[in-house]
Design a protein around this ligand. Structure first.
Ligand code: ATP
Length: 655
C-alpha cells in the first residue's frame, strides 16, 4: 500500500471471511457512477457493468469486479488478479488516483469491504456472465481462470498467443547449422568470453520460435542478419526453394530503421550473390503486412488466409500489444519461423499487454536445458551451465548484454544499466561523475532552461527550412533532436511545452503560427488512417509544396517514402516539438531533452526513464525540478498483469 494511505484500522476490512455483500446492485452501480464522475473509471468501465446487469447479472460484487477488470484493461493489464486485488487494492487498481490521496481511500474500501477472496471466487464461479469452467466452449463476456478475471477478448488473445508459441516450441526442430557455417560469419571470439550473438543465432536457427532481446546497439540486427543469411544458405544448399523472408515492425519509423540497419548489417557480410538476392530489403509495418482494412479490426491475413511467409522477423516487439500479437501469430503458417527482436527493459506497448516482457521473464538470467546447452556448446563452443528443464520457454530466448553503441566512456550506457538494475547509488555516482553525454539539470518552476534547449536543439531543422531544403532533408534534420516528456498535461507536460516552444520560436522569427497550420509545424500522427495510408506514430512537417504552387502540404516520413497530405485532411495529428516518452518508442535521436514531473508520480518508473534515456544516441539532458524524483523512480517498475508466462509453462508441462 502506498505510504500516503496510512489507513485507519476500521478500513482494514479485507479478510478471508465469506460475509455476504454489503452493497446492493443499485448501490454498487451508483458508486461506480460516482467513481466515473470523479474520473476514477472510464465511461466504458461503467457501461460494461451496466451491460452485464442488463444481461441479468444480479450480484453487486460481480458487477463491481467487471468494472474493475475493464478499468485494469484500460491501464494495460490483460486481467485482474483477484488475490492481488484482495491483498493490495490500492496498488493493484491505482485507485484512488494519486491527487485524491487519502480522501478517496475510504470510499474505495467501503465498496470493496466485506468480500473475502473465497466469496468473490464463488460469486464469479456461479455467475452467468462469467465462464469459469470450460471457458473455451462458452461465450460469456468474462472469463475466470487460474484466479485471473479477463474480458473474454483478452483471454482469447492471450490463449491464442500461448497456443501459437507452444505449437512452435513443440514442433520438430529444423535442421541445425554446421559450426563451420556459423564460424564463417561470426569469426573466432577475441577472448574466452561467450559470444552471445553467436549463441542467439545458433539458438534461433534450431527453432521455429525465438526471441532476441537487448538494449540499444547490443547487436540484435547484426545477429539476425547473420541468421537470415544462414537460413537462406541452408535452404538453397538443400536444393529447396528460397525461403520467403519478411521483416516488420509496429510503426513506420521502426520499420524504416530496421530496413536501414538491416541493409547496413547485410552489406558487411561475406555472402554469395545467389543468397543475397533472396534476402529481405524492406521492412514494413505490421498493419501493412497483415493487410489492415478500414473500419474493422479484422485483417486480410488471418487464421483462414495465412501469409506465405516462411520466416518472419519482427523488430521492436516490446511495442506489440496483446491483440496485434495474437492477430500476427494467427496469420502465420504453423511451420513458419517467428523471430522477435526487442528490448525487454523498455516500456510496454501503449495498448494492453507486455508480451515480450512476459516471454523474457522466465529467461533471465540466461537459462538453458541440458539438450540446448549441449547443442549450443557443440555449434558455438560456448561453455554453458544447465539451469532449466527441457522444452521451456527459456530455451527460446537470448538477452544480449554488451552494447557496441555505448562504450565504457558513455554516461548514457552506464546510467541505463543503473536504471535497469534499480541501483540508485550507482545512478547517483554516474550522474555526478561528469560524463559528457548526460546531464541531470535542476529547473525551477517558471524557468525556461528546457525550452531554450529545445530552441537550440531544433536549430538544424529550422535552418533547413529557411534554406528551402527538400522535405526529406527537413524531416531528417528534425529527427536529430527531440524533447520528451513523462506527462501530457500540466506545466511539465507535452501540451504546455509544445506551446512554449512554438512561442519561443515565434519570438525569434523562426515560425509564424498566426494560422493553425504554418510552415515548419511538425506533427505526430496519433491514429492509423488507412485511407491516407498514415500510421499512428508517423512524423510529418508542414512545408510549401513546389509541385502545388507553394501551397502548404504535410510531408509525412514513412521511411521508404514520404507521403504528402493536405493539412485539412489530418484529423488526428498533434504538434510534435515535444512528445511523450511512450510515443517516442521505436525512434532514436542524436540529442534528447527529457522533461520530468516536479513531484513524485506513479508514472515515473524505471522503464520510462530507461526508454527516454536510450532514445538519445549522443546526448541526453534530463530536466527536473527535484532530482530526488528521478532517483525515486528507480524503485518503481511497470507491472502488467497477465497469465501468459503461466500458460507457456502449463502448455510446456503437457508435452
Ligand atoms: N559483435 C560486434 N562487434 C563489433 N561491432 C558490433 C558487433 N555487433 C554489433 N556491432 C555494431 O554495433 C552497432 C549496433 O549494432 P546493431 O544495429 O546490430 O544493434 P541493435 O541491437 O540492433 O541496435 P538497435 O537497438 O539500435 O536497433 C552497429 O554499428 C554494429 O555494426
Amino acid at each position: 500500500m502506498p505510504a500516503q494511505f496510512d489507513l485507519p484500522a476500521q478500513f482494514d476490512l479485507w479478510n478471508e471471511s465469506t460475509t455476504s455483500p454489503e452493497l446492493s446492485v443499485d448501490e454498487v452501480l451508483a458508486t461506480l457512477e460516482q467513481w466515473h464522475e470523479w474520473g476514477w473509471l472510464r465511461a466504458l468501465d461503467l457501461h460494461f457493468a451496466r451491460f452485464l446487469q442488463e444481461l441479468g447479472e444480479g450480484r453487486a460484487e460481480v458487477l463491481m469486479l467487471a468494472a474493475l477488470t475493464s478499468h485494469q484493461a484500460g491501464r494495460g493489464h490483460i486481467c485482474l488478479v483477484l488475490s492481488e486485488l484482495v491483498a493490495r487494492p490500492f496498488e493493484t487498481l491505482k485507485l484512488p488516483p494519486e491527487p485524491m490521496g487519502q480522501q478517496g481511500a475510504p470510499a474505495l474500501l467501503k465498496t470493496l469491504a466485506g468480500y473475502g477472496l473465497d466469496c468473490l471466487e464463488r460469486a464469479l464461479a456461479s455467475a452467468s456472465v462469467v465462464d469459469a469452467v470450460h471457458p473455451e466452449s462458452g461465450s460469456a463476456p468474462l472469463v475466470f481462470e487460474h484466479g485471473l478475471l479477463y474480458l473474454r477478448r483478452f483471454w482469447a488473445s492471450e490463449r491464442r498467443i500461448a497456443h501459437h508459441i507452444n505449437v512452435r516450441m513443440r514442433s520438430d526442430t529444423p535442421g541445425a547449422p554446421s559450426s563451420e557455417a556459423l564460424a564463417h560469419l561470426f569469426g573466432a571470439s577475441p577472448s574466452d568470453e561467450t559470444d552471445w550473438q553467436q549463441v542467439a543465432c545458433a539458438l534461433a536457427l534450431r527453432q521455429r520460435f525465438a526471441v532476441i532481446s537487448g538494449g540499444p546497439g547490443t547487436g540484435k540486427t547484426t545477429t539476425v542478419a547473420k541468421l537470415l543469411v544462414l537460413l537462406q544458405q541452408q535452404s538453397l544448399a538443400q536444393g529447396g526453394e528460397a525461403l520467403s523472408i519478411q521483416m516488420a515492425a509496429p510503426t513506420g519509423k521502426a520499420a524504416a530503421r530496421l530496413t536501414e540497419s538491416m541493409a547496413g548489417a547485410l552489406t558487411k557480410l561475406p555472402v554469395s550473390e545467389a543468397v543475397r538476392a533472396h534476402l529481405p530489403r524492406e521492412a514494413m509495418t505490421l498493419h501493412r503486412l497483415l493487410g489492415a482494412r478500414p473500419d474493422t479490426r479484422r485483417f486480410r491475413f488471418n487464421e483462414t488466409h495465412v501469409l506465405e511467409t516462411d520466416v518472419l522477423l519482427v523488430d521492436e516487439a516490446s511495442m506489440v500489444d496483446l491483440e496485434l500479437m495474437a492477430a500476427l501469430m494467427d496469420a502465420l503458417k504453423p511451420r513458419a519461423r517467428l523471430i522477435l527482436l526487442g528490448d525487454r527493459d523498455q516500456l510496454a506497448s501503449v495498448e494492453a499487454g507486455a508480451i515480450l516482457g512476459d516471454i523474457c521473464a522466465s529467461a533471465w538470467p540466461p537459462a538453458f536445458s541440458e539438450s540446448m546447452c549441449r547443442y549450443l556448446e557443440h555449434t558455438t563452443g560456448a561453455d554453458l551451465t544447465v539451469t532449466t528443464h527441457e522444452g521451456g520457454i527459456a530455451d527460446h530466448v537470448v538477452v544480449l548484454q554488451k552494447s557496441y553503441r555505448f562504450s565504457d566512456h558513455s554516461g548514457i550506457g552506464h546510467l541505463a544499466r543503473a536504471i535497469n538494475q534499480g541501483d540508485i547509488a550507482q545512478a547517483r555516482a554516474v550522474v555526478s561523475k561528469g560524463f559528457s553525454d548526460i546531464a541531470l539539470t535542476q529547473i525551477e518552476a517558471g524557468e525556461r532552461t528546457h525550452v531554450y534547449l529545445a530552441v537550440e536543439g531544433y536549430r538544424a531543422y529550422l535552418e533547413a527550412i529557411e534554406a528551402n531544403a527538400s522535405p526529406a532533408e527537413v524531416l531528417a534534420a528534425f529527427q536529430k533532436y527531440r524533447m520528451l516528456c513523462a506527462l501530457r498535461q500540466g506545466d511539465w507536460g507535452v501540451e504546455t511545452l509544445n506551446e512554449r516552444i512554438a512561442e519561443a520560436l515565434q519570438a525569434r522569427g523562426w515560425i509564424d503560427q498566426s494560422s493553425g497550420w504554418y510552415v515548419g509545424r511538425p506533427v505526430l500522427i496519433t491514429r492509423n488512417d488507412r485511407q491516407l495510408g498514415l500510421y499512428n506514430g508517423d512524423i510529418g512537417i508542414a512545408l510549401p509544396d513546389p509541385a502545388a504552387e507553394g501551397r502548404l502540404r504535410v510531408f509525412v516520413d514513412q521511411g521508404e517514402r514520404i507521403r504528402s497530405v493536405l493539412p485539412a485532411r489530418l484529423t488526428h495529428a498533434d504538434t510534435a516539438f515535444a512528445m511523450t516518452v511512450h510515443k517516442s518508442q521505436g525512434s532514436e535521436f542524436e540529442t534528447v531533452t527529457v522533461v520530468m514531473p516536479p513531484s513524485d508520480s506513479a508514472i515515473m518508473t524505471r522503464e520510462l526513464l530507461y526508454t527516454a534515456l536510450t532514445r538519445a544516441r549522443s546526448m541526453c539532458t534530463l530536466c527536473i525540478a527535484d532530482t530526488e524524483v528521478f532517483f525515486n523512480a528507480l524503485t518503481r517498475r511497470v507491472q502488467r498483469s497477465s497469465g501468459l508466462s503461466q500458460r507457456l509453462g502449463e502448455l510446456t508441462d503437457q508435452r
